[in-house]
Design a protein around this ligand. Structure first.
Ligand code: ZN
Length: 268
C-alpha cells in the first residue's frame, strides 16, 4: 500500500504527465484495498492513494491511469530501475530519499502497527510454539494413547457440549492428574497411595474403574450399558456414547465428589 501511495505521489508531483499511465504491482490485496473504502488495518493508506489520484484526475482532463497486477513484475518496463533503486535505498538511511521529499505520513519512522494484526501474529506465534513444545511433554504420550485427537479442534468440539466439571474429569483421567490416592500421594496430599477399601492395593485409575470390589454394582451398570467396551479406558474417554455412562459411574461411586462435585451429564 505504501508503494501504491508513493507511485501516486510521483504522478501527482510530475510536471508533465503523459496518459495513459499504469501502475504495476504484484500484490492483489493492495489493489483491492486501493480500489474501495475499507476499515481494516492500513485503511488510511488506501485513502491517501485514492485522494492523490483524485487530485491528479481533477487537474488532468485526459486522466487515464490503470493499476495492474503483475506477478513478480515480469516484463514491466522500469522494473529493473526500481529494483536497483530499492537495493540502494536498503543500504541504509543515508542512501534513502531525503525525509523532506517523502509524504508527511512516512516521515516519522515506522508506520503505526495494527492492534488486530499484532494480536493475530501473537496468537500464531503461541500456536507455533505450543505445537513445537507439546510433543515433548510427558503428558503428550499418555494423551495420545487415549485420545490421539486431543486437544485439537475435534476434541475441543467433542468437549464443547460438556459441562466444565465433565470436561475437567475427562482431562484429569487423560492426564492422570486425578483425585485418587496414588496421584494424591505423589503430591504428598495423603499419607498412603492405597485404595481406602483395598489395603496393599494402590488406588490407580485402573483399580478405581475396573478392579475395586467396592464399586462392583456401579461397574455392573456400566458394563450393561457398554458391554465389553466398558473395560477399555480409551473407549470410555473418547467415545461420545460412553462419556455419559462414565460420568454416571463417577457420580455413583461418590469417590471424586469432594474434588469435582456432582458432574452433570451431557444432554443427548
Ligand atoms: Zn479398591
Amino acid at each position: 500500500m505504501v508503494g501504491l501511495t508513493l507511485a501516486a505521489k510521483l504522478i501527482a508531483t510530475e510536471q508533465q504527465i503523459e496518459f495513459p499511465l499504469s501502475i504495476s504491482i504484484d500484490n492483489q490485496a493492495a489493489i483491492v484495498s486501493g480500489e474501495r473504502f475499507h476499515s481494516g488495518p492500513g485503511a488510511y493508506l488506501s485513502l491517501k492513494f485514492q485522494k492523490l489520484l483524485r487530485a491528479v484526475k481533477w487537474s488532468n482532463p485526459h486522466y487515464d491511469i490503470t493499476v495492474r497486477w503483475v506477478p513478480g513484475h515480469e516484463g514491466v518496463h522500469g522494473n529493473e530501475e526500481v529494483d536497483k533503486a530499492a537495493k540502494v535505498a536498503a543500504e541504509g538511511l543515508h542512501r534513502s530519499s531525503p525525509r523532506a521529499s517523502l509524504p508527511k505520513y512516512l516521515r516519522n519512522g515506522p508506520l503505526p502497527l495494527s492492534i488486530a494484526a499484532l494480536k493475530q501474529a501473537h496468537r500464531a506465534q503461541i500456536q507455533a510454539r505450543w505445537t513445537r513444545i507439546w510433543p515433548s511433554s510427558p503428558r503428550f504420550q499418555r494423551l495420545q494413547e487415549i485420545e490421539p485427537n486431543a486437544p485439537n479442534r475435534s476434541f475441543l468440539k467433542l468437549t464443547a457440549q460438556y459441562s466444565k466439571r465433565l470436561t475437567s474429569l475427562i482431562i484429569s483421567l487423560c492426564t492422570r492428574h486425578i483425585p485418587l490416592n496414588q496421584h494424591l500421594h505423589r503430591l504428598t496430599k495423603v499419607d498412603s497411595p492405597h485404595c481406602p477399601h483395598c489395603p496393599q492395593t494402590e488406588e490407580t485409575i485402573h483399580h478405581y474403574l475396573f478392579a475395586c470390589p467396592q464399586y462392583q454394582r456401579e461397574r455392573h451398570i456400566l458394563s450393561c450399558a457398554l458391554g465389553r467396551k466398558s473395560t477399555s479406558l480409551p473407549h470410555l474417554l473418547a467415545a461420545s456414547e460412553a462419556i455419559p455412562h462414565l460420568a454416571r459411574f463417577v457420580n455413583a461411586t461418590r469417590c471424586m465428589k469432594p474434588m469435582l462435585g456432582e458432574i452433570s451429564l451431557p444432554s443427548t
